[in-house]
Write a protein that binds this ligand. Structure first.
Ligand SMILES: [Cu+2]
Length: 163
């Protein structure tokens, strides 16, 4: 009788332990939220795209980006040097679990060069992000107002524009 009880307790706690382990394993991966871009003036001058990227999985690295609307896409960083705003290309962005990286005017941005079509406010276009480990992800980038903040629509919390 007592042997049976002990076995039951042991089996029971083993099941609970196995359960807890599965539940705590993060499996959401990389989430790209609020992707938007500046409208362009024709196709002669480049435009820029921005988003917030959060890594819910293992450490990774954003290595490159591509879109059918631009011939060349570079990851840039804006910085102030002696009161002058400069830009430089960065080879990639390190992604640490749970630490969101924000691409925004005045900081990191995706430079859209050699535009194949003008980017008009209200339009949207696909942008593919390539990572060192995680599979590539394509997001829908909304073209917003010139010099504007985030587009009005779309919840900040949801990352609902992801595909
Ligand atoms: Cu730039």
């Amino acid at each position: 009788m007592s042997r049976f009880t002990l076995a039951t307790i042991l089996f029971g706690s083993l099941t609970i332990a196995a359960h807890a382990q599965t539940a705590s394993t993060p499996s959401q991966g990389i989430v790209v939220s609020n992707p938007w871009a500046r409208p362009s003036v024709g196709t002669a001058a480049p435009s820029a795209a921005y988003f917030v990227i959060t890594d819910h999985g293992a450490a990774d690295r954003l290595v490159s980006l591509s879109t059918p609307v631009a011939g060349r896409t570079e990851l840039h960083e804006s910085l102030h040097e002696n009161g002058i705003m400069k830009m430089r290309a960065v080879p990639g962005l390190a992604l640490e679990p749970g630490k969101p990286v924000t691409l925004a005017p005045g900081g990191y941005h995706v430079m859209l060069m050699e535009l194949k079509q003008p980017l008009k406010a209200g339009d949207s276009f696909p942008l593919t992000l390539t990572f060192e480990k995680a599979p590539p992800q394509t997001v829908d980038v909304k073209v917003g107002t010139m010099g504007g903040a985030m587009p009005m629509h779309g919840g900040h919390m949801q990352g609902g524009q992801m595909r």
